[in-house]
Each structure stands twice: as C-alpha cells, then as structure tokens.
Design a protein around this ligand. Structure first.
Ligand code: MSP
Length: 650
C-alpha cells in the first residue's frame, strides 16, 4: 500500500512561521507513522510562486519576481530539515515540469468544453486573489483581509465547476472520511447546498503577467489557485509517470481551515473534469494563535520555527504542537506552555522514566537486559496498559488525532513510573533471594521503553533514536521495525547491552525561560514593590517572583526511612521525586520511620546536596514547625490527594 501525503504549497510572500511549521510537521509525523505501518510513503511540500501578491512583493523589494521567488522558496526548503522533516519532493510552481502539466490539463479541459470565455463582473479581493460572493463578505469587507473588495468587470475564461457539483456532493456523502474533522465536512456540504458559480480561471496579461500562460490564449495567464492545486498531480509526474501510478491512489492532503474551499470544492471538481480519481482524504486543522492573539506581522508576534528550535529543541517543539492542538480546532502558542510541557511531560515523566530505568539496569544488572520470569499483577497491568496504548495510538494517529495518540502514550509512561514505585527495585536489590523478581521488573521497564521508542518515532525522531541507542538497539533492529511486527510485548532481546546515554530532556530552568526571545511571554504580576505599610511587601525579606521561581518544589513519595545512627534528630529518607534520591531530614523527634513511609511530602528539589552524618542529603523536606507545651514539633507538609511523585509544586 502507498501513502502520498501533501502540505499546501506555501506562498512566497511571507517567510516560514509556526503555522507553516505545524502543517508540515503534521504531514511529516503522519508519513513517518505510515512508514512504521509498512506503507510506501511519499511526502510532498513546496512553494506557490505565481500571482499578484508575489509580483507585488517582488516589486516592493525592487527585484524581479524570479529573483524574489528563488530567495524565499529557498528559505522554506531550508527550514524543513531543521525540523527533521524530510520531504521526498519539494515542488515549485515555477518548475518547468509543473508549468507543462498545468498547460496540458488546461488544454484538455478546454478541448472537452469545460472551459468557456465570458464576461465577469464581481467583487475581487486582492489579498485572496479571487472574486468573493456577496455572502462571503462581512460588513462589506473580506473576512480574511478586512478590506473592501474592488468591483472588477473583465472578460475571462471560466471553468464549468457547477457541472460537477452534484457528483461532488454524492462523493462527499458516500465517503464520510473524505473531509475530516466532521465540522469541515459539514461546512462544505452546507456551502454546496446552494448552486455553485463557475470558477474564473484566468487573469488578463494587461493586469498580471507573472503566471502560467493559457495554452489556448496568450493574452491570459492562469488563475493562481487553478495553477497551484495542480501541484499535487505534477509533483507525481501526472498523468503517466510511475510515481503517479504508485502514489495517487493513496493521496491525503493536509491544510488549515483558511483554504478549505479551494481544496474541498475547486480541486475535486477539477479532478472530476479531468477524469482523474479524487484524493482519499482532506485533513483540515485550525489556526495557531500566539498568546491568544492572531499571529501577525503588524503586531510583531510572528513565531519563526528556527528560533523555536534553537530555544527549545526540535523534538520539544514537535511534541508540543502535536500534543497541544486538538486537530481541527484553534490553539494558542505560548512560551509558558511549551516550557511547562517540556518540564512535566518530557523531562519529568518520560525523561526520568528513561534515566532512572537505565540507571537501575546499570546498577543492578550491569546494563544487560535480564531474563524475566513469572508475572505478578503489576506486570500484567503494565502489559495491559501497553497493549491498549498501542491500539488507541494507532487508531488516533490514523485519524489525525495526534493529541489523543500522545495522551495514550503518556498513559504508558505514567504506568511505568508507577510500576517502579510499586515494585521498589532498590528494595528487591537488597535481598539476594529476590534477584529473579528484580530481573523481571527491570526487563519489563526496558520493554516499556522499547515500545515508547517505537511509538514516539514519528513524533520525536531524534529522541526515539536516543532511546533506542540507550537500549542498545539499532533503529532498524527487528524489535523497532514496523508497528505490526514490533508492536508486541516482550520483544527486547534478553542479553542486550545497554549504552550510557545523556538525559533526554533537560529541565528548562527559569533563566532560560526568561530569555525566551521567540514568543512574547505572558506578563506575570510581580509582588508589589513594598511601599504600603504592614504587608509582606513592607518587610525586609521580600523576594521577587523570579527569585521564588528559582526554588524547585516537588512532591516526593517516601519509599523507605531509617534512623541515622548516632543521631536522635535525623531520619534517612529514600524518596521518589520522581527519580530516587536520599534526603536526610531532621524530623526524628516528631516521626518514627514507620510513620513516614508511603507519605507524599513537599521537598525542595534543587538544593545543593550536603553531607549530614556522612550521608549525602539531596534535598529538603518541608514541614511546619509548631510549638506545643513549650516544645516544638514538626508536622510534615502534604498534598491533599495522591499525585504522581515528582509533580512540581508552584
Ligand atoms: N499558496 C496557498 C496554498 C496553495 S495549496 C495548493 C496558501 N499559502 S499560505 O502560505 O498562505 O499557506 C496557508 C497554509 O499555511 C494554511 O493552510 C496552513 O497550512 C498554514 N498556516 C498559515 N498560518 C497558519 C496558522 N496561523 N496556523 C496554522 N496553520 C496556518 O494558502
């Protein structure tokens, strides 16, 4: 089976931004996913280079259109590898092959009588490069450009789009998956419930020369949408190239809602007129805003992919935008949002699972995947979670519900973290008779990580490769090759030698967060600057919000506790936060070891380690100090309900 996945070809009158990056990352992720499913995949993106807007942009810069389009097209082409996007084809509408295909199609459709010459008077929006209907206007303005359209009357060529209206309606009704998500399918059907007008497909050369000449009338160039949509065919060598035969049957287009009508109405009617099969699916996503505001050059909040990669790393960016946007709906990008996901989902949940599992495998079984023996119920639960994750991951990825697919992947991450806490490998390691059980637990952790490396490959290719390397696996090892064959529990080979691997995701510290240049940060109200009397602000020991932010507070679960020899004040605590650490706490006069095991407390997690009675203490447990009967007693802090160990407190 084949999959041909395309992005829109982007106009070269603007430089690549977050919106372009999202669509292209979606297409790349899906193409990697389909490859994992065993399909032959071809990913195509490119640039749309003809039309008024481009000619005007070139004129503004005082260069020829050719010079201008070459420069901006190269910017798009260079952006994709920075996002680990590897399209099989990058098409430009100024490519001679594309121009030939457009002219051949125009001639064919003209010869068969589906293009006619006529007079048209209409409301033309220069921004959209098309005539708008009265109905589309909002208060007399183009809804996208907020400008009044010009009334233009001119002789032009028209495509008999109306002729194919019923056929298109029938197709959409018979194929519910043709346009997804459903809200966009409904929008298109509602639009089609009114009679379609024919589509004006030419522009007189007196008004525009930067376009593809009509093969049957040199006084006209082709309307930019009729030209641009054909890229999906010309990029495959339509009509008789071998790639066309192989891939068109698996065609899937990804776009945002702004260009729904050309893709859901113009394009399929053009294909019907050509006698070419329709594409399989059109996937329509929403718009990215930045800090809840529309991205725009004039506001100055346009987010550039290269800056984001530099600031956050490519995989964090890929993960964030796929996890954060519900495909089909709008979403808002913010620096706070991406840092929060980096710290919680990536560094805390996934990163810690990986590093502490590998650390335990190194410490207890010499970095060699051990054999596993009998299952207990925690093993069964872990495996069940993995199996149901795989099923829902697959179906959500197929349906372009990336946020849901990732949510289910994180259910396995959370379950594996719990599995560590419940099984306490550090306790098993202290008892030689438990060596078999310890081996099983560590085997299961290595196996969960293998599956995670597998399913995360389409989303975070670099991280997945690092995980595979840490597990001592090559990316093309059988147990990482193909979702069908490798998506089964229990495939990591016993005896695999693990490799020391640096941590997957550093926690993003506040300093870095402060310096984020790529996005305007949400303003945080700092504490009042101490003028008024009596309030905390008036006291000497005021700290700023940023200073407070430097203290990393976390929820820690106490998994073991013992008295420190020769001290009646200190307990040695083993806590998970979420990684294992030792904290020496001065609470022995208020709590016995038994009383604290199993409690969740709040700790300062980024305190410089100190040695107390010869033991390194890696943090501080917070407790309230109360006075009772002339003596002081400590009461441990707690959270009001159980939470994942390591959760940040803010
Ligand atoms: N050239 C046409 C497309 C022709 S396809 C045959 C065009 N180009 S564009 O440069 O304006 O790109 C529009 C596409 O860019 C959207 O459909 C979407 O894929 C992406 N995005 C641009 N801004 C966006 C957001 N703010 N948010 C999400 N994606 C958006 O239209």
């Amino acid at each position: 089976m084949t999959t041909y996945i395309t992005t829109p070809i982007y106009y070269v009158n603007a430089q690549p931004h977050l919106g372009h990056a999202y669509t292209t990352i979606v297409a790349d992720t899906y193409s990697r996913f389909m490859r994992l499913c065993g399909e032959r995949v071809r990913l195509q993106t490119g640039t749309d280079e003809h039309g008024d807007k481009i000619a005007e942009a070139a004129a503004r810069e005082g260069v020829s259109p050719r010079e201008y389009v070459d420069r901006i097209s190269a910017l798009f082409r260079e952006t994709w590898p920075q996002l680990t996007i590897e399209p099989e084809n990058f098409i430009r509408t100024t490519d001679p092959g594309h121009i030939r295909t457009v002219q051949n199609i125009l001639q064919q459709v003209y010869d068969q009588g589906d293009i006619y010459f006529g007079e048209y008077t209409g409301l033309y929006c220069k921004g959209c490069e098309r005539f708008l209907t009265e109905k589309e206007l909002e208060k007399g303005l183009c809804p996208d450009h907020q400008l009044p359209p010009d009334e233009i009357s001119e002789q032009n060529y028209f495509f008999r789009m109306s002729r194919y209206q019923q056929q298109l309606i029938d197709h959409i009704q018979a194929h519910p998956e043709f346009i997804t998500p459903e809200r966009y399918r409904n929008e298109v059907l509602s639009f089609l419930s009114e009679p379609l007008e024919d589509l004006c497909i030419s522009r007189p050369t007196s008004r525009l020369t930067w376009g593809i000449s009509l093969p049957f009338d040199e006084n006209f160039v082709t309307y930019v949408w009729f030209d641009a949509l054909i890229n999906y065919l010309s990029g495959l060598g339509y009509p008789d190239g071998p790639d066309f035969a192989d891939f068109w049957a698996g065609a899937e287009h990804v776009i945002a809602k702004d260009i729904l009508k050309p893709h859901a109405i113009f394009w399929p009617t053009m294909l019907l007129a050509m006698g070419a099969p329709l594409y399989q699916r059109l996937h329509v996503h929403g718009y990215w805003n930045v800090d809840e505001t529309k991205m725009s050059k004039s506001i100055g909040n346009v987010v550039r992919p290269a800056e984001l990669v530099e600031e956050y790393g490519v995989d964090t960016l890929r993960y964030f935008i796929l996890r954060e946007m519900s495909f089909g709906l709008d979403a808002s990008f913010s620096s706070d949002g991406i840092v929060a996901r980096q710290n919680s989902d990536l560094a805390n949940d996934l990163g810690n699972l990986f590093s502490r599992s590998l650390a335990m495998l190194a410490k207890y079984v010499d970095s060699t995947v051990p054999a596993h023996s009998v299952d207990d119920e925690t093993d069964v639960l872990l495996r069940k979670t993995a199996t149901s994750m795989l099923a829902s991951y697959r179906s959500h990825m197929k349906d372009f519900e990336f946020h849901r697919a990732l949510r289910s992947v994180w259910e396995l991450v959370a379950q594996a973290n719990k599995y560590i806490v419940v099984n306490e490998p550090w306790t098993l390691a202290q008892d030689a008779s438990q060596a078999g059980r310890l081996g099983s637990v560590l085997y299961n952790l290595a196996e969960a990580l293998r599956l995670l490396a597998l399913v995360l490959r389409p989303v975070m290719p670099t991280t997945s490769a690092k995980m595979a390397a840490g597990l001592g696996l090559a990316e093309d090892d059988a147990c990482l090759k193909g979702l069908d064959t490798a998506g089964v529990w229990g495939l990591i080979p016993v005896g695999t030698r693990l490799q020391a691997t640096p941590s997957l995701f550093p926690r993003m510290d506040q300093k870095k967060k402060q310096s984020a240049p790529a996005v305007a940060r949400k303003s945080k109200t700092p504490p009042a600057q101490g003028k008024e009397k009596g309030g905390a602000a008036a006291t000497e020991n005021v700290i700023t919000f940023d200073q407070f932010q430097q203290v990393e507070l976390r929820v820690a679960e106490i998994v073991a506790a013992e008295r420190v020899k020769k001290s009646d004040r200190l307990l040695k605590l083993t806590v998970m936060a979420p990684e294992q650490r030792t904290i020496v706490a001065g609470i022995a006069q208020s709590y016995s070891p038994d009383e604290v095991i199993g409690r969740q407390v709040i700790i300062v997690a980024n305190l410089k380690p100190v040695r107390l009675m010869g033991i390194e203490s890696q943090g501080m447990v917070l407790a309230a100090k109360i006075e009772e009967n002339g003596a002081s007693r400590l009461v441990l802090t707690a959270v009001s309900g159980p939470v994942a160990p390591g959760s940040t407190v803010a």
